[in-house]
Design a protein around this ligand. Structure first.
Ligand SMILES: [Zn+2]
Length: 119
C-alpha cells in the first residue's frame, strides 16, 4: 500500500466513524450527546474537533463539530482523488508526512497553523 492509499484508508475509516456518530446524535439527541461526548473523550477525534472549533472561534454543538469534521474529511478524500492532497491551504507548500499521519485531514502546515494560532 502506498502512503497515499494508507491516508485514504484512514480518512475512509474516520468518515465511517463520523457518520455513525452523526446517526447516533440524530437518533436520540440529548442522551446520545452525553454518551457520545464520553466515548469521544477516549478518542483522538476529540483533538480534531477541538482544533476545528478553535480554528473558527465558534461555539458549536457536538453535532455541528462532527459535521464540520466530516466535511473536512470528505474534502481531504476529494483532494486525494484530485492529487492535491497534503498541500498547505495557506502557503501552498507540502504538509509534512508526520503531520498528515497524526492529522490526515490537516489543511495547513505546522508553520501556518502556528502563525494562525498566534494571531
Ligand atoms: Zn503553510
Amino acid at each position: 500500500m502506498s502512503p497515499q492509499e494508507q491516508q485514504l484508508q484512514k480518512l475512509l475509516d474516520l468518515k465511517r466513524d463520523l457518520e455513525n456518530d452523526l446517526e447516533r446524535l440524530s437518533r436520540d439527541a440529548d442522551e446520545s450527546e452525553q454518551e457520545l461526548a464520553a466515548s469521544l473523550s477516549y478518542d483522538d477525534r476529540v483533538a480534531g474537533l477541538a482544533a476545528l472549533a478553535q480554528d473558527r472561534e465558534l461555539d458549536l454543538s457536538l453535532e455541528e463539530k462532527v459535521r464540520m469534521l466530516l466535511d473536512r474529511v470528505n474534502a481531504a478524500i476529494t483532494e486525494i482523488n484530485d492529487g492535491t492532497y497534503g498541500t498547505c491551504k495557506s502557503c501552498g507548500k507540502p504538509i509534512s508526512r508526520e503531520r498528515l499521519e497524526f492529522l490526515p485531514y490537516a489543511e495547513r502546515c505546522v508553520e501556518c497553523k502556528r502563525r494562525q494560532e498566534m494571531k
